[in-house]
Ligand binder design. Structure first.
Ligand SMILES: *Cc1c(COP(=O)(O)O)cnc(C)c1O
Length: 301
């Protein structure tokens, strides 16, 4: 029963200082909170090595540019802050988030150009989208009635906190006895779910959405792993029917890697067991966590 109750162990960088998670708080006036006017990225650390850190930082910096915000630190300083969060947390396996919010205007103007952008980072224990049981037997997924917000409204390639559609979808899934959810766009095409991309495999050939989604680093990693296996990936249109008729389905996320989906809207996918390509890619994905080309050691204080 300490002041840390309800907060995970971990370390945050906020207002220019390192603090325990229980003390990582932002102003209610921050437009990141009041307007979801923010971008973020999440990289993970496994056995004290960042996985594909450069890819995550590249995407974070691209997102910042697209939102016309300014990061108050340079790339090198950003990397050092992420490293310090992990080191100070003492975690060997960590979920490391970097955030830039619009902040707010010092004189309370409504003009976003007047805002002082607010940079926050933190490291908490590694988290999984699918629990151990779900990773072994496969996730039970629903396709939501709620549609993903159109790409012409919010650019999905900017990692963002516009999650009301995704959260509504999660409640729909729970109401229907499913464990997770995937949303379609206004045309009925499969997009993505809360924090993950999705692939359907048919006759050994994977397909994933080419637009209307965040271009996940794990999605890209799965595509690269398929290339190593000389398996071409169709990056294009994934219809709901193609998902239903797939031999195997998997999702990709920094929060857990490559994870099998074995039920869709109550019906089994393929034979209802995690598929062979999913298993192969998952094994390769974790093996890459020891590859110096794909990882960066957190290093010494
Ligand atoms: C973070 C996220 C993903 C997965 O991206 P990764 O870089 O693989 O973690 C997919 N969709 C959405 C909406 C996300 O926020």
């Amino acid at each position: 029963m300490g002041q840390n109750q309800g907060f995970p162990p971990g370390t945050a960088y906020i207002d220019g200082a390192y603090r325990p998670m229980s003390e990582a708080k932002i102003s209610v006036l921050d437009w990141g909170f009041l307007r979801s006017d923010a971008t973020y990225d999440v990289v993970h650390v496994w056995k004290s090595r960042f996985f594909r850190l450069d890819r995550h930082i590249d995407r974070f910096l691209r997102s910042i540019d697209k939102l016309r915000m300014t990061l108050p630190v340079d790339r090198e300083e950003l990397t050092e802050i992420l490293r310090q969060c992990v080191l100070r947390s003492g975690l060997r396996d960590a979920y490391v988030e970097m955030i830039l919010t619009r902040g707010h205007s010092p004189d309370f103007s409504r003009d976003p150009r007047d805002a002082v952008n607010n940079f926050i980072a933190f490291a908490i224990p590694f988290g999984w989208i699918a629990n151990e049981d779900q990773r072994r037997r496969g996730i039970s997924m629903a396709i939501a009635e709620t549609r993903r917000i159109p790409v012409d409204s919010v650019d999905p390639t900017v990692k963002n906190y516009h999650w009301l559609d995704l959260v509504a979808g999660m409640f729909e899934a729970y109401d229907r006895g499913a464990e997770n959810v995937v949303l379609t766009d206004l045309a009925g095409t499969i997009t993505e779910g809360p924090g993950f991309n999705i692939f359907a495999v048919r006759n050994g050939k994977p397909t994933t959405a080419g637009r209307g989604v965040l271009e996940g680093i794990t999605r890209q990693t799965a595509i690269e792993l398929c290339a190593e296996l000389q398996i071409p990936v169709n990056i294009g249109t994934l219809t709901a029917d193609a998902l239903r008729g797939a031999d195997e389905v998997f999702i990709t996320s920094t929060a857990g890697g490559i994870m099998p989906v074995t039920r869709l809207d109550g019906a089994p996918i393929g034979d209802g067991a995690p598929g062979p390509l999913t298993a192969r890619l998952t094994a390769l994905y974790w093996a890459k966590h020891e590859d110096p080309d794909w990882t960066t050691p957190v290093g010494e204080p």
